[in-house]
Design a protein around this ligand. Structure first.
Ligand code: ADP
Ligand code: MG
Length: 863
């Protein structure tokens, strides 16, 4: 250290405490970076790397960004998952002795940004703080830009937990060192979130009020860790962080990461964007707050009948009131993003424009409330009650802040006349002076007789009287020369100088006072934060509800009935997103009936017939009902599902090769071990990722397991036609198939799902549709014929069978085995001998060498 200059020493000691962040070291008008930071930042930010003398032998690498344009550079770093520690001069350089004192005043991290230009309007920016106890995870999601805190517990393995976290779209995950070590690779490989360490996990007493309803120790530690991390990075107190809202597992439908993605709830698989997702379809919200709330709802459907019915009722009532709904929509347009405005107020960096937006938002509340009054129902009343108009605050803001106030607070023009007497006096002085000067031009023209005489102002010379060269002879003696131009002279008079002094003095006072007053106003608003948050929340719910009503009406959705008996009865249901994107083509509606006698459907049908669509149709209908929206059908009755599991066979995995057969099986395992009889399981061509018999065997045993052990409602699509015999043995399994017909040798999909089984797999016709070369097609047809001629329709041996069919099946099982054994006999006697010999070996009593010898002998016989 000693070899460095004092400033570099200061830098190094601050940097030592902020190893994981880029240290933006304030030097005059620049933020400078040194050493390794400089080398890396210059690459990421594409700025010039220079060097400076720092007292050591070698020059120190250095790069810098101007303070005034630093926002863009910070954005780039944070968006790349890095952290930026902002280190400012905390004393006046003029007054300091030696090196100016510097401190880190904030660490900007991907999960703690609150600046507009670093955030997506219609999406939350979540930071997750996690904690683990045996197999239970506790985690808190925090959006610092809105003040929301949501607490969860989760039982499951590490991989599925990480996936779940990422599926919330978290930007940053905070854990202790152990969790960090265990996870960083998995998380950063996905490239979606950065990982940070925070050891302390006790809840500091200043945050006690935020965790009053939390009793789970794991969740408490996760909360404690979060608060420590926020304090450490933000270095301030928070007025806008809400109490942790515990998201009880038994009050919501659980959706694992894979199912969320596979059902394309908030993101389409192909395009990776919102377009094509359920969220995209349902989003007719008018405010950013509503859009974020909708996303949260879609990701976490309810499992509480009362709340679902409450929402459905309001959707119904809103649909019935078209005009009121239109007016609500119109009014919502003038509501700004109050949640984020509140965060800025809490941070003390709200701009005058932000306060004007808050005021405008508040002014639309009375109108909104008036409209809601016209809507029937409990929920409408509730929303009405939760919308506090904040009249006093609104009028106060209106009296204080100019409507067209600038963004910057030092430019003046912030405070309205009448708000502060002193300010008004200064303003009078200034405008009187200006008026006097305005009248001066006429006066002087008349007095001097110079028609082209002009009064002007510039920043350096102030006010002046300008006379062109040709009129210089007429200039009165009282004029004092101030400046000479190419073809004119500029003068002042003693009176003009005096007025100028008054004006400039007043203006300086004005901008100083306006600044002070503005800070007062901003501070005053802080006390209203909790009430404003409640209002914001009610407004955003109203926005989501009007959106549900609008979409439900537009697409002719119906109110579903929540079945208490576990019955699914959907008449003419549709897949809402496929239907929407199909444009002119007609979507073919389908019924879905599930009950005790038909709890599982085995779906067969050619490729492209609509199997996957049919299955997702049910899942999306369930999700829509459980978020409180109407559903795409002619009529619909369905139970609340506690969880939905969706698994796709690896070969059909749209995610793009990420999924191997092993992952497919891991995922399936997760579904099989977590599902209950109240769950919905969709298994789409499971078993495809391996060889035919393997796959078929697995598929069958999975079906049997669900049937016997879980009894969850299940849709299972398969291309193994052989599995359709299971209908005979599994009493609540029914075969359905998606029909297609051959017309003039080519295939026409009817997309109609009917009871029974498809008799053909139509693979070749699909290949024909895809315009494979003619020789390939006709050769395939010939081969198929050979196969079909050889084929003996054999049932697979069934492991567990129901009582009624047991005998039949045992018979067929037996005959199958006998037949197989005979075949083997005929084929090769030698092999039979071998088998005998193999059987006679007592492996447990052999030494490894004996075993080797025996194996050698056996092999010799075969060769
Ligand atoms: P499968 O899983 O049987 O291979 P998909 O469910 O992927 O078939 O459906 C293939 C395509 O058929 C879909 O992309 C959609 O365009 C169309 N389709 C599916 N179901 C219907 C339907 N009910 N009505 C109209 N078109 C449909
Ligand atoms: Mg499919």
């Amino acid at each position: 250290m000693a070899q460095y200059t004092p400033m570099i020493q200061q830098y190094l000691s601050i940097k030592a405490a902020h190893q994981d962040a880029f240290l933006f070291f304030r030097l005059g008008d620049f933020y400078e970076m040194f050493f390794e930071d400089a080398v890396r930042a210059s690459q990421i930010l594409e700025i010039t790397l220079t060097s400076r003398d720092g007292g050591s032998q070698d020059r120190i690498p250095m790069c810098g960004v101007p303070y005034h344009s630093s926002a863009g550079y910070i954005k780039t770093l944070v968006e790349n998952g890095h952290k930026v520690a902002i280190c400012e001069q905390v004393e006046d350089p003029k007054l300091s002795v030696g090196v100016v004192k510097r401190e880190v005043i904030q660490i900007i991290t991907p999960g703690t940004v609150i600046d507009d230009h670093l955030l997506q309007d219609r999406e939350n920016n979540f930071l997750a703080s996690i904690e683990k106890d045996n197999d239970t995870y506790g985690y808190v999601l925090c959006d610092l830009s809105t003040g929301e805190l949501k607490g969860y517990t989760y039982d499951g393995n590490q991989l599925s937990f990480i996936q779940l976290l990422l599926s919330h779209g978290v930007k940053e995950i905070v854990g202790n060192q152990d969790l960090y070590d265990a996870w960083t690779n998995t998380v950063t490989q996905t490239g979606q979130a950065s990982v940070s360490i925070q050891e302390e996990d006790s809840v500091d007493s200043q945050f006690d009020h935020l965790v009053q309803t939390i009793s789970d120790p794991v969740l408490l530690r996760a909360s404690g860790r979060l608060f420590h991390y926020l304090t450490h990075t933000q270095k301030r107190s928070f007025h806008h962080i809400k109490a942790v809202e515990f998201q009880q597992n038994d009050k919501r439908m659980k959706l694992d990461a894979f199912s969320k993605r596979n059902l394309e709830l908030t993101e389409s698989i192909r395009a990776k964007g919102k377009k094509g997702s359920l969220l995209w379809l349902l989003d007719a919200t008018m405010t950013a707050m509503g859009a974020r709330k909708l996303k949260q709802w879609v990701e976490e459907p309810l499992f509480v009948k009362e709340t679902i019915e409450k929402r459905l009722q309001l959707v119904e009532n809103l649909i019935g009131e078209f005009f009121i709904r239109e007016e609500i929509k119109e009014q919502l347009k003038s509501v700004y993003d109050m949640e984020r405005l509140i965060a800025k107020i809490s941070y003390g960096n709200a701009s005058p424009r932000d306060l004007v937006q808050l005021k405008r938002s508040l002014f639309s509340v009375p109108v909104l409330k008036e409209k809601i009054k016209g809507i029937q129902g409990k929920y409408a009343l509730e929303l009405h009650a939760n919308m506090n108009e904040h009249k006093t605050l609104a009028h106060y803001l209106d009296s204080a802040i100019h409507d067209d106030a600038p963004i910057h607070i030092k430019e003046g023009g912030l405070i309205k006349a009448g708000y502060n007497e002193q300010l008004d006096q200064y303003k009078d002085a200034s405008s009187n002076g200006k008026a006097w000067i305005a009248s001066l031009e006429q006066q002087e023209k008349a007095a001097s007789g110079i028609k082209s005489l002009k009064i002007g102002f510039n920043k350096i010379f102030g006010y002046y009287i300008e006379v062109t060269k040709s009129n210089l002879s007429q200039v009165p003696d009282r004029y004092e020369r101030k400046q000479t131009l190419a073809n004119a002279e500029r003068y002042v008079t003693p009176e003009l100088k005096e007025k100028e002094r008054i004006i400039l003095e007043a203006e300086e006072k004005i901008s100083g006072l306006e600044y002070t007053l503005f800070l007062e106003v901003r501070e005053y608003v802080k006390q209203f934060i909790p009430g404003l948050q409640e209002l914001a929340s009610a407004v955003s719910e109203l926005d989501v509800m009007q959106s549900f009503a609008a979409i439900s009406e537009q697409y002719r959705y119906v109110r579903p009935t929540v079945s208490e008996e576990g019955i699914v009865n959907i008449v003419n249901g549709r897949h809402p997103v496929v239907e929407k994107v199909m444009d002119a083509q007609e979507y073919v509606p389908n019924d879905i009936v599930l009950n005790k006698e038909r709890n599982m459907l085995l779906i067969t049908g050619p490729n492209m017939a609509g199997k996957s669509t049919y299955m997702r149709q049910l899942a999306l209908t369930a999700v829509m009902m459980q978020i409180g929206c109407f559903v795409p059908a002619e009529s619909a009755e369905l139970p609340m599902f506690d969880q939905i599991f969706t698994r796709i066979g690896a070969a059909d995995d749209l995610v793009g090769g990420q999924s191997t057969f092993m992952v497919e099986m891991l995922e399936t395992n997760f579904a099989l071990t977590s599902a209950t009889e109240n769950s919905l399981i969709l298994l789409d061509e499971i078993g495809r990722g391996t060889s035919t018999y393997d796959g078929m065997a697995l598929a069958q045993s999975i079906i049997e397991f669900i049937h016997e052990e879980i009894a969850a409602k299940t849709l299972f699509s398969t291309h193994y036609h052989e599995l359709t015999v299971l209908e005979e043995s599994l009493h609540s399994l029914k075969n359905v198939f998606v029909s297609a017909v051959e017309e003039n040798g080519s295939l026409v999909f009817l997309h109609k799902v009917i009871d029974g089984q498809a008799d053909k797999s139509f693979g070749i016709q699909v290949a024909e549709l895809a315009e494979l070369p003619e020789p390939v097609i006709s050769r395939a047809k010939t081969i198929l014929q050979t196969y079909e001629n050889q084929e003996k329709r054999e049932a697979l041996p069934i492991q567990e069978v129901s009582a009624t069919k047991e005998e039949d099946l045992q018979e067929s099982q037996l005959s199958l085995f006998v037949e197989k054994e005979e075949k083997a006999n005929r084929r090769d006697n030698k092999e039979q001998e071998l088998i005998k010999e193999l059987k006679s070996l007592n492996v447990l009593e052999m030494t490894p060498l004996d075993a080797m010898n025996a194996l050698y002998k056996l092999q010799k016989k075969v060769r």
